[in-house]
Design a protein around this ligand. Structure first.
Ligand code: ATP
Length: 373
């Protein structure tokens, strides 16, 4: 007999963040209704003008005109009858430009955040050390580099001890190296502080490297939500064109072939141990899981198994989708077990090899096509 009495019917599941809002501008309507758990870093991807910033601003309480409900960890921040001001929402916001107080030093900017959060439970020195701004404390913020300003902005946001951190294109003013460093920093922040982050970016690789879950926005609506691999590997045609979608994978370090300068990686599922993938030698411990990506231009397709090829990685699969990207360019999706690989090729090659939905193929790529930060 079931132990669940009728009166014990399951309650509506409470999620960490519920957003059911509408916001209208002259020629734009934001309309989002979403509930999800804030377990990690949630990426928000979408074309320019799709409403990403507007969504963050509504969650932060920066758009008083927005109608609807926002609930964070069972605290109602906004409803038909109440509106909690941004400064009382326990939500941090890091913008594309650092927006530091120009008349205050770095230490003064941090102190400002500290004063607004009493009592403090975070150790300020730990935040300063983690964001590597100890040497900057006395500096004038207007004379800092873009990367330094962003690290101070992040430290300032953390010192206010938010329950949720919103980041809107925080790395877009940085060069590639500073961007990579910041991706490592954001991972560290997330691991050490267990702080949920909503992260907006145009840069699909940043999202791929950081986010666990991804929301995709189009025309003011959320059109896709899911695990990063699932969402990025299944972006719709329009998104694939704009973001030249990479294949997104989690791979595990199997062994280092030091003499050959290679590291062997495995797909995560144990049943796939027979598939060997090789990447350039990396300084990672055995068993480490890596968030990897492969650019669609770095893969090629063959109908027969290339027996004598210098291209080291070869996987059998089946074509699941073909999209015309441009006059002469095609994007092909190949299913390899449960993984979807995206390959850019030419319309000429598709016709020459008579590729179509269901064709069995081999995909090939060099070791250095497997990338991670
Ligand atoms: N205060 C405003 N008044 C009028 N229209 C606005 C306002 N703020 C945003 N919009 C419009 O709302 C739409 C969505 O803007 P939003 O900044 O949210 O998009 P986005 O996806 O963040 O874009 P981007 O990636 O370019 O930053 C745009 O068409 C924008 O012009």
């Amino acid at each position: 007999m079931s132990t669940l009495a009728v009166s014990e019917a399951p309650q509506a599941i409470q999620r960490d963040l519920s957003v059911d809002v509408n916001l209208s501008f002259d020629s734009f309507q934001l309309s989002c209704d979403i509930r999800f758990d804030l377990n990690g870093i949630t990426g928000i991807l979408g074309h320019s003008g799709s409403g990403k910033t507007s969504l963050l601003r509504v969650i932060a309480g920066l758009n008083r005109d927005a109608a609807g409900t926002v609930i964070l960890k069972q605290r109602t921040l906004q409803s038909d009858t109440q509106f909690i001001k941004p400064e009382h929402r326990k939500i941090g916001f890091v913008f594309q430009d650092a927006r530091l107080f120009p008349h205050l030093s770095v230490a003064g900017n941090l102190e400002y955040a500290r004063k607004r959060c009493k009592p403090n439970s975070l150790d300020a020195n730990e935040i300063i050390q983690m964001t590597q701004i100890g040497a900057l404390l006395k500096r004038d913020v207007v004379k800092l580099s873009a990367g330094e300003k962003q690290r101070v902005a992040i430290a300032r946001a953390l010192l206010a001890e938010p329950e949720l951190l919103l980041m809107d294109e925080p790395l877009s003013n940085l060069d590639n190296r500073a961007r990579r460093d910041m991706v490592h920093l954001l991972r560290l922040i997330h691991q050490r502080l267990n702080l949920p982050i909503l992260y907006v970016s145009h840069n699909i690789i940043e999202i791929q490297q950081l986010a666990d879950e991804v929301l995709v926005m189009e025309n003011g609506r959320i059109i896709q939500v899911g695990h990063v691999h699932q969402v990025l590997n299944n972006l719709n045609e329009r998104m694939s064109t704009e973001f030249s979608s990479p294949t997104s994978l989690t791979l595990k370090v199997k062994q280092h072939l030091v003499n050959f300068g290679l590291t062997q990686l495995d797909f995560m599922a144990p049943s796939h141990n027979q598939v060997k993938l090789f990447a350039p030698l990396m300084n990672q411990p055995l068993g480490q899981q890596l968030r990897c990506y492969i650019l669609a231009d770095d893969l090629s397709i063959s109908l027969n198994k290339p027996e004598a090829s210098s291209i080291i990685n070869c996987l059998p699969g089946r074509i699941s989708q073909l999209h015309r990207l441009s006059r002469n360019g095609m994007l092909i999706k190949v299913q390899v077990m449960e993984h979807t690989f995206a390959i850019n090729t030419s319309r000429y090659a598709v016709e020459l090899l008579r590729l179509s939905h269901g064709t069995e193929v081999f995909i090939q790529f060099q070791a250095d096509a497997i990338r991670c930060y």
